[in-house]
Design a protein around this ligand. Structure first.
Ligand SMILES: *Cc1c(COP(=O)(O)O)cnc(C)c1O
Length: 395
C-alpha cells in the first residue's frame, strides 16, 4: 500500500492534507522522496522558526538527548528555569512562567488563571471571558469554545465549558463587558482569521480600560510570539504588558512546547495545575537554543533585513498583480496577500503544490506567508519566482 492509502487507513481524518512525502530539509528548502525541491514559505505553520535541520539546534538537541530527555516536574529542571528567565528578559516582562506542550494547552492554563483570579478577588464570582469573532485559540473543549468562530462549535461536541462571550471587534468588547467579565482574550494579529492586525492605539486604550476595571487582558501570542513580528512579542510592538501571554509555535523550533507568562506570580498553589511533559529537558533545551539563535538574528539586524527583503518582494507581487490582490496585511514575517476574489483562495493554494512551494491560507481570502525567520534571500527569490509562475497560470 502506498503512503497515501496507509495514511487514509490508519490516521483519523482531521486534515485535508497534501500527500507529498518530505524526506529531508535544510533551512527553508525541503526535498521529497523523489528528490524534488520545495521552497517552504510556511515553516510548519510558524513552528520551524530557525529553519529545517538547523545545525545549532540539532547539535544542542543531540547533546541533550545523550544526557537526559525527561524527568518529571517533581524535580527542578535546569534548562526549564533558564528558559523561563530568558523568555521573561526578552519579553521585558515581570512575571512567572508555566510550560505546556502546545498552544491550546497554554491557553487552557491561561483560562484557568483567569477563572481563579475571578473567583478569588471579587464578591460575585467573575468567570466570563470575552474573545473576538474570527479568533483562533485551540482545539480543546475550552479553547475551541473560546475560539470566536461559531461554525467550529459543532453540536456533536457539546456540552462545552461555559463562560465565553464573543465581540465583533475591539469596539464591541466594551459593549460585551458586564459584571461577570473576568478577562478579555485577544490575538493582536489573527493568525488563522485573516492576518489582520489590531490598531495599536485602540489596543492600548483597551488595555488601560481593562486595567482600571480589574479585568484581565490575555494576549494569545501562540502564533505572533517569538520574533514572528520582528519583535520578541507582538505585545512589545503594541507596548502593552498583558496580565497573561501565551506562546507556543515558534518557541521550540519544531519540538513541542508552550508557555504561559503571567504577572500574577502567586495565582497558583500546589496542585492547581500541572503537565507531565511540560518544559522537560528536551523541549526546554530546544527553546533555549532557538531563543539564542533568534535573539542573535535580531541584534545583528539580520532579522530586520530578512523582513525588509521579504516584504519588498511581496510589494512587487502586489504591484504586478493588482487585479488579483487588494493589499498586504500583517507584520514582520506573518504576512498575507488579500485576494479581491475569495474564490481564488483554494485554487492558488492547490496550485502551489504543483509549483513546489508551500504557502498557507488564512480566513477566507488571505494567502498567508510565514517563512522561517532565517530564510535566505536566494530562497525568498526562488519561492517568489515559483509564486509568480503560479499566478501566471491563474490569470
Ligand atoms: C496554533 C494556535 C493555537 C493552538 O496551538 P496548538 O499548538 O495547535 O494547540 C492557539 N492560538 C493561536 C493564535 C494559534 O495560532
Amino acid at each position: 500500500m502506498n503512503l497515501e492509502d496507509l495514511d487514509k487507513k490508519y490516521i483519523l481524518s482531521t486534515y485535508n492534507k497534501n500527500y507529498v512525502n518530505f524526506i529531508t530539509g535544510k533551512g527553508s528548502t525541503l526535498f521529497n522522496d523523489d528528490g524534488v525541491k520545495f521552497i517552504d514559505f510556511s515553516s510548519g505553520i510558524g513552528v520551524n522558526s530557525v529553519g529545517h535541520n538547523n545545525k545549532k539546534l540539532t547539535d544542542a538537541l543531540s547533546e541533550q538527548i545523550n544526557k537526559i530527555i525527561h524527568i518529571s516536574n517533581l524535580q527542578v529542571i535546569e534548562p526549564q528555569v533558564k528558559l523561563a528567565d530568558k523568555i521573561l528578559k526578552l519579553a521585558k516582562y515581570d512575571g512567572k512562567v508555566f510550560f505546556s506542550n502546545s498552544g491550546a494547552e497554554a491557553n487552557e492554563g491561561a483560562i484557568k488563571i483567569a477563572r481563579k483570579y475571578g473567583s478569588q478577588n471579587f464578591d460575585n464570582i467573575k468567570y466570563e471571558i470575552i474573545t473576538l469573532k474570527n479568533s483562533f485559540h485551540g482545539r480543546t473543549l475550552a479553547t475551541l469554545k473560546a475560539t470566536g468562530q461559531t461554525i467550529m462549535h459543532k453540536d456533536y461536541f457539546a456540552p462545552y465549558p461555559d463562560g465565553f462571550i464573543y465581540a465583533d471587534d475591539l469596539d464591541d468588547i466594551y459593549n460585551k463587558i458586564n459584571i461577570k467579565t473576568v478577562a478579555v482574550m485577544i490575538e493582536l494579529i489573527k493568525g488563522e482569521g485573516g492576518v489582520e492586525a489590531l490598531a495599536i492605539k485602540e489596543v492600548q486604550k483597551l488595555s488601560n480600560f481593562l486595567e482600571n476595571k480589574n479585568i484581565l487582558l490575555i494576549v494569545d501570542e501562540v502564533q505572533t510570539g517569538v520574533y514572528r513580528t520582528g519583535e520578541f512579542l507582538a505585545s512589545n510592538i503594541y507596548n502593552i504588558a498583558p496580565d497573561i501571554i501565551t506562546l507556543a509555535k515558534g518557541l521550540g523550533g519544531g519540538v513541542p512546547i508552550g508557555a504561559i507568562l503571567t504577572k500574577h506570580k502567586e495565582i497558583f498553589q500546589f496542585g492547581d495545575h500541572g503537565s507531565t511533559f511540560g518544559g522537560n529537558y528536551l523541549s526546554s533545551t530546544a527553546g533555549l537554543i532557538v531563543l539564542e539563535i533568534l535573539s542573535d538574528l535580531k541584534s545583528s539586524n539580520e532579522l530586520q533585513n530578512t523582513i525588509n527583503y521579504f516584504q519588498n518582494k511581496l510589494r512587487s507581487i502586489l504591484k504586478d498583480n493588482s487585479k488579483i490582490f487588494d493589499e498586504i496585511v500583517g507584520y514582520g514575517l506573518i504576512l498575507g496577500l488579500k485576494l479581491k476574489n475569495h474564490n481564488l483562495l483554494n485554487k492558488i493554494y492547490e496550485e502551489s503544490f504543483n509549483e513546489n512551494i508551500i504557502i498557507l491560507k488564512s480566513g477566507n481570502n488571505i494567502i498567508r506567508f510565514m517563512p522561517s525567520l532565517n530564510i535566505s534571500e536566494s530562497e525568498i527569490n526562488e519561492g517568489f519566482n515559483r509564486f509568480n509562475k503560479l499566478l501566471l497560470k491563474i490569470k
